[in-house]
Design a protein around this ligand. Structure first.
Ligand code: GMT
Length: 379
């Protein structure tokens, strides 16, 4: 069984977002190892930007009949999953997010009449946000309990899942990973010139979807204090609901010359490579994939003592952990680190080695394979 090449269906939210990135990169790595991967989703996952050997994509079509007030995406997804299970003879479905994907997978399994195994990975907001919604929590519990195996991206998320949902199911921690062939330090000095960043200026970066939970205003306020003590620029990468509020704050604080709004970007490794520090000051974060990406490029991070962030950033080793909203503490730590060349170099090296050891792509992909093989061999 161990060497059998598997046929795996993967469902994720295909648009920009950490869970979609992890699901797609996992599919790509499994395909490289010879497994046959079938992505089943509403649109092409954004990281599947070219032809890949062993990877197939099946689009879920939702018809908009006037009889429906809401188009039934979940049923369309379950039907497509059932179709692919039968036609491609899938061994298992690996779905990312309990709702609706795990529920759809359970329905699809019944519809297909085949003993396909279901692996569900919890990424965070399905528990930490939706878990509070009484109209969804029973469905989340059902999705978790009826899956054959459930993984979560951090120990903190596992604890929160038991606290909020209390499912009768064991949950296996499997950390996220990044492809170190892509996320590595590279020469991006030309970008400094393009962005008008002087050689003696420090560069601080924040990457997110600008949702309230990311606390981007805290990033701006911390940066304001940092830039009182040293020459620095802040790169804000991403876009989302809080963009206007953040832009207004930057203007009101007189920081327009020092803050660059870069919007959504693909070339993140280049942007990290010109950065000296990453700030991730979220109030909810089950893992913090962007911190891992930055660390792989040698950028130390300051993160909040929230969710899975302290499992990614080791305080005093490859970055610092601060309390949520502690703007003064965050700025003081940042200034101390940016002013101490030796400490910064040490953190930077530790950041790269942490990614290589604890979040190694091959190791993590093998952990998922082990779960698949164990389920299929019935152990
Ligand atoms: O952070 C978001 O809002 C996006 C969300 C997603 O669905 O992609 O991210 C979640 O999953 C990522 C991949 O596992 C994690 O790195 C993020 O920490 C997690 N976000 C939250 O918990 C808020």
């Amino acid at each position: 069984m161990k060497n059998k090449k598997l046929k795996i269906g993967i469902t994720c939210y295909p648009t920009v977002g950490g869970s979609g990135v992890v699901a797609t990169e996992l599919g790509k790595m499994l395909a490289e190892k010879g497994h046959e991967i079938h992505f089943i989703s509403s649109s092409l996952p954004f990281r599947l930007n070219r032809m890949y050997h062993n990877i197939f994509y099946h689009q879920v079509e939702v018809n908009h009949y006037s009889v429906f007030q809401y188009a039934p995406y979940d049923i369309a997804l379950a039907s497509k999953m059932a179709e692919i299970i039968k036609r491609e003879k899938l061994d298992l479905l690996h779905v990312h997010y309990a709702v609706p994907h795990a529920i759809c997978a359970i329905l699809a399994k019944q519809m297909s009449g085949r003993d396909v195994k279901i692996v569900t990975t919890l990424h965070g907001t399905d528990i930490t946000v939706l878990g509070y919604d009484s109209s969804l929590s029973d469905a989340i519990k059902f999705g978790i309990e009826q899956s054959d195996a459930v993984t979560a991206v951090s120990n903190a998320l596992i604890a929160q899942t038991y606290d909020l949902i209390n499912p009768d199911q064991s949950i296996i921690p499997v950390y996220n990973f990044i492809d170190q062939r892509i996320y590595r330090k590279q020469d991006s000095t030309y970008l400094r010139e393009e962005f008008g960043i002087a050689n003696d200026e420090k560069v601080i970066i924040h990457v997110s979807n600008f949702r309230g939970v990311k606390r981007v205003p805290d990033v701006v306020k911390s940066f304001a204090r940092i830039s009182e003590k040293m020459k620095a620029k802040l790169l804000l990468v991403g876009d989302g609901p809080q963009m206007n509020t953040v832009a207004q704050l930057v203007e009101n604080m007189g920081l327009s010359e020092k803050v660059l709004f870069l919007g959504k970007q693909d070339n993140l490794a280049e942007l990290y490579s010109l950065s000296d520090l990453m700030l991730l000051l979220s109030e909810k974060e089950s893992f913090g994939l962007v911190a891992l990406e930055a660390m792989a490029c040698g950028v130390p991070c300051i993160g909040t003592n929230v969710g899975g962030i302290p499992e990614v950033i080791s305080d005093g080793e490859n970055g610092f952990i601060c309390e949520l909203g502690d703007i003064h503490g965050i700025a003081d730590k940042a200034v101390a680190l940016l002013n101490d060349k030796e400490l910064h170099q040490m953190f930077s090296e530790h950041a790269v080695s942490t990614v290589r050891t604890s979040f190694n792509a091959n190791k993590v992909v093998s952990e998922y394979e082990q779960i698949y093989y164990q389920l299929l061999s019935g152990d």
